[in-house]
Design a protein around this ligand. Structure first.
Ligand SMILES: Cc1ncc(COP(=O)(O)O)c(C=O)c1O
Length: 499
């Protein structure tokens, strides 16, 4: 893309102040020179730190209280609000940062309840492991989908109902002992914070490589288990934000890591968001449950729920599946962490797990989201923003901006420029290890990326793509002089938003 020299003083005269500023913008390599990065640093919990465990006194708000640093989604929603985003104005905005699927009707999907019964019993606490009939329904669904003909079958005792995926992750993290716990980056942003919040376990991050399409190297992990003593491995599969999935024999290999005496935790929230090449493959989903031999002996822990696959993020009904022994431990951590999932909604969820209902939902979802993925990829291509590693699963696109002219080629500045156009995306650095602790965010391998979500309805996606088009046209027609500056900093949080 041409970087049109605008306002250049002619001949040999000294360059104007604007020229100097523009030159710095073009060449800057350090976050100190970037307005977008300075705004990030000034948000609570995002100051650079030497080591994660050192308390930064200046960040203490109330004695003893320290900002943990918000997850990317919350930072982005705060920045969007500073630019005028609110729930009442949300229809004027394109939220491609959204980590949730559209929740309204989609073609051919079965109807879902729009009222919830409240029987008297449901006003009581539910057990911290969840309502037995729902646990049974989950076990039945997994046996039906992934374990037909296998001797070892899941029962309700292998299922713990939890109030959302993050609650499930926290319950699991709370019962991990003093051991090395491996996770990879980029991956779901909450892992870093959840794992750091539970001080007994030692989080061990591994960077996945762009050149390997962000694939987990199972053989290397096996070696690390043996040489470093990794006791727990956590990964999302399909993976947020890269949209890649481990399946078939590769997934079987991941499950086989349990034979090394390691617990494998697979976050399978996007297990239905698989986009088949052949139409006969619609309706197939992916789970490590298919490769578990003995449900009580193999230390495979699966986390999933209604949030993404059923497109019901607001219900907060999710589950953890694993050996019976794990489930009793999770019941204990749930008793002090969250107290259990909402009782009436657990009851209402039972019919939604019926295998016939599920099959219809899955097919409708895969067709609809595949069409949205293809539409977004085609529009990005037309904007010369080719996606080098297109998603085969999830509803995220991990978009490399490296080919754009500076400063649009870094995720934070691209994000700020899109906010001016009422569009939200998530800068890539939020998917890196401890971004706030880096000395220079420009050195992060995720710095040149943004995550675009095709979770929202098609018309919102088009609004966002139109905004990207406008930004690129502005760069082409007027050069880079207006980019990288003029960002609103006042954050008037009047209502909570979840982007
Ligand atoms: C991989 C992954 N796991 C878990 C969750 C969180 O689920 P919940 O909203 O139910 O806490 C998300 C949400 O974005 C996710 O991407």
């Amino acid at each position: 893309m041409a970087n049109t020299p605008q306002g250049t003083t002619s001949g040999t005269s000294t360059p104007s102040f604007r020229d100097v500023v523009r030159d710095v913008m073009k060449h800057y390599k350090h976050e100190k020179e970037s307005e977008a990065h300075q705004i990030f640093r000034n948000a609570g919990g995002h100051q650079p730190k030497g080591l994660p465990e050192i308390v930064n006194a200046e960040e203490e708000t109330v004695p003893g209280i320290e900002h943990p640093g918000s997850t990317g989604v919350i930072y982005c929603s705060d920045r969007a609000m500073a630019n005028g985003f609110s729930y009442t104005s949300s229809h004027e905005w394109a939220n491609l940062g959204q980590g949730a699927p559209e929740v309204g009707p989609i073609p051919d999907a079965p109807e879902r309840p729009n009222t919830i019964p409240l029987p008297l019993d449901s006003l009581e606490y539910a057990p911290t492991t969840g309502v037995k009939a729902l646990r049974e329904a989950v076990a039945k669904l997994y046996n039906h989908t992934y374990r037909q003909g296998k001797a070892s079958q899941y029962t309700y005792e292998n299922v713990c109902i939890v109030p959302g995926g993050r609650a499930g992750l926290s319950r699991v993290a709370a019962v991990i002992g003093d051991v090395y716990t491996s996770y990879q980056v980029p991956d779901y942003t909450a892992y870093d914070q959840v794992l750091s919040a539970f001080k007994r376990l030692v989080p061990v991050p591994t960077a996945l490589e762009h050149k390997d399409k962000y694939h987990l190297d199972v053989e290397q992990t096996r070696k690390d288990i043996r040489t470093q003593g990794l006791a727990v491995v956590l990964a999302s599969n399909p993976r947020n934000p890269t949209g890649q999935v481990i399946k078939g024999n590769d997934l079987k290999e991941v499950v086989s890591l349990t034979k090394e005496g390691t617990t494998v935790i697979l976050d399978e929230f996007y297990s239905w968001y698989i986009y088949p090449e052949n139409s006969s493959d619609y309706g197939k989903s992916i789970s490590s449950a298919a490769y578990v031999e003995d449900v009580n002996e193999d230390s495979v822990v699966i986390i999933d729920g209604l949030t993404k696959n059923w497109r019901l993020p607001g219900w907060r009904v999710c589950w953890v599946i694993g050996p019976k022994n794990l489930v009793t431990a999770l019941s204990q951590s749930g008793s002090f962490l969250d107290g259990g999932a909402n009782h009436p909604l657990q009851l209402a969820a039972i019919p939604l797990l019926d295998p016939l209902h599920v099959q219809k939902e899955k097919i409708a979802l895969q067709k609809h989201f595949k069409a949205k993925r293809d539409h977004v990829l085609a529009r990005l291509k037309a904007l010369h923003l080719d996606v080098d590693i297109p998603p085969t699963s999830t509803f995220y696109i991990w978009l490399n901006l490296e080919k754009l002219p500076a400063p649009l080629n870094n995720g934070l500045t691209f994000f700020e420029e899109l906010l001016k156009e009422q569009t939200i995306v998530i800068p890539g650095i939020f998917f890196d290890i401890n971004p706030a602790h880096r000395r220079n965010l420009f050195n992060s391998p995720c710095h040149h990326f943004v995550r675009l979500s095709f979770g929202p309805p098609l018309k919102d996606l088009d609004m966002g793509l139109d905004a990207i088009d406008r930004v690129l046209k502005k760069a082409k027609n007027s050069g880079m002089k207006d980019f990288g500056q003029g960002y609103k900093t006042t954050i008037e949080v009047t209502e909570p938003a979840h982007v």
